[in-house]
Design a protein. Structure first.
Length: 425
């Protein structure tokens, strides 16, 4: 029988206490432990265009914190028991608000550690504040490579970088149909989407694809008619791009309504969200890169086979406990929020301290496998904190035997739960 998340965490905490606790030798009575409350500061897009994914990220982080606190916290070798509380604000999906609020978190709320907001653009705005005030920040929901090329030393990325978001989709397309050559890229004009597509275009050209259309649209675009007309005129066989949940869902629905004949469509962010199915048959056949999926099969045994340490709950336990807490299936944003807490948790355990320098050093040398996947950071000066241990999976919306829409993992093949639906209906 699989252990519950709480029992796994509690067991881990007991082991840490046993291994790191003060010696009972010398005849001295052990000192009573002191409790230290560590403040984690962050913002959430409770309002604005990023709210769906951001709120799920927040849910995951809170689940981690609630479980750790309920399990008794983290016991350091000097007997100190570390527990957590959060201070957070609504950033309104607004970059200007982010800088103001993270400055407040660092200077007025005295946050010990920071978690990033959702999205690469907002995270870039918060990262400079974290570095300025000497605060370790775990970034999640933020894939842009560029943030980790600014010379920061305290910012650590949980997500697979943007430069690797759509490259796997191109590998998948080549596997499905080597005859396809004409491809279009249509994406949101924001930092994350632009970085992803720029890297994908370079990779597509290296594979011999002919890019027949490359267009970007403003965030919040409600009508994709002009772009769909250009797609129709360019006659690509495949389309990649998108941006975030709202625009990606609208784009996919309008492509379906216009009946554009595309063999393959891969969009960012929106398809892995459970709510994407609400667009009905517009979701059928759409592919999306995902940081994590509920069907993921990372286990302690796979960690042992890879020669790395396992840390945290089993995948099925995380899914069960998230669903119990929030009455919804977790998305990869939910898992990313939980993973951010788990990363900080492991760094504190390894550092045996909540000191910033000690925690930073532990993050620099971290190499673990979790329910969310691998975690390892680039420690070079050129790309410090860039995630190098985590890989994407690719999902596709298909019909089950009863005709209901459901997600299937289709790439990489070793993790697939179904064959690809190709060409796209």
């Amino acid at each position: 029988m699989k252990r519950s998340v709480l029992s796994v965490l509690l067991l881990g905490l007991l082991l840490v206490t046993a291994q790191c606790g003060p010696s009972s030798g010398g005849g001295e009575a052990p000192q009573a432990s002191a409790t230290k409350t560590v403040v984690i500061g962050f913002t959430v897009s409770q309002t604005g265009s990023l709210n769906v994914s951001s709120i799920r990220q927040d849910n995951g982080l809170k689940l981690w914190m609630d479980q750790v606190n309920a399990a008794g916290g983290i016991t350091l070798s000097d007997g100190t028991v570390v527990k957590f509380k959060t201070v957070s604000y609504d950033d309104e999906s607004n970059k200007d608000r982010v800088q103001e609020l993270y400055t407040r978190l660092a200077t007025e709320d005295n946050a010990d550690f920071l978690i990033s907001p959702y999205s690469s653009g907002l995270t870039a705005a918060s990262a400079v504040i974290a570095e300025q005030y000497g605060k370790v920040m775990i970034t999640t929901g933020a894939a842009s490579d560029a943030t980790y090329q600014e010379g920061y030393t305290l910012v650590f990325q949980a997500y697979t970088p943007a430069s690797r978001y759509l490259t796997g989709a191109l590998d998948l397309l080549g596997h499905l149909d080597p005859s396809v050559k004409k491809i279009a890229f249509v994406n949101e004009n924001d930092k994350f989407s632009t970085d992803v597509v720029a890297a994908a275009q370079v990779y597509a050209e290296s594979l011999g694809y002919d890019i027949v259309l490359a267009e970007s649209y403003d965030s919040g675009t409600p009508d994709f008619g002009p772009f769909i007309n250009k797609i129709q005129a360019a006659a690509p066989e495949a389309l990649m791009g998108g941006g975030h949940f709202q625009d990606g869902s609208t784009f996919a629905r309008q492509l379906h309504e216009k009946g554009i004949p595309l063999k393959f469509v891969a969009l960012l962010v929106a398809p892995p969200e459970p709510d994407f199915s609400e667009i009905g048959d517009g979701a059928l056949g759409i592919v999306g890169p995902s940081q994590w999926e509920p069907q993921a099969e990372y286990t302690p045994e796979s960690a042992e086979a890879a020669g790395v340490e396992w840390f945290g709950p089993l995948n099925d336990d995380f899914v069960r406990d998230y669903e119990a807490a929030y009455n919804e299936e977790p998305s990869y944003h939910s898992a990313g929020g939980y993973a951010a807490g788990l990363i900080l948790h492991k760094a504190i355990v390894d550092a045996d301290s909540v000191d910033t320098a000690a925690v930073k050093a532990a993050l620099d040398r971290m190499n673990i496998l979790t329910f969310y996947g691998g975690i390892k950071f680039d420690a070079s000066a050129e790309s410090h904190g860039l995630q190098i241990g985590h890989e994407m999976v690719y999902i596709q919306w298909q019909h089950d035997d009863a005709g209901n829409l459901m997600k299937q993992v289709i790439w990489p093949l070793e993790g697939a739960t179904a064959e690809s639906l190709y060409p796209k209906p």
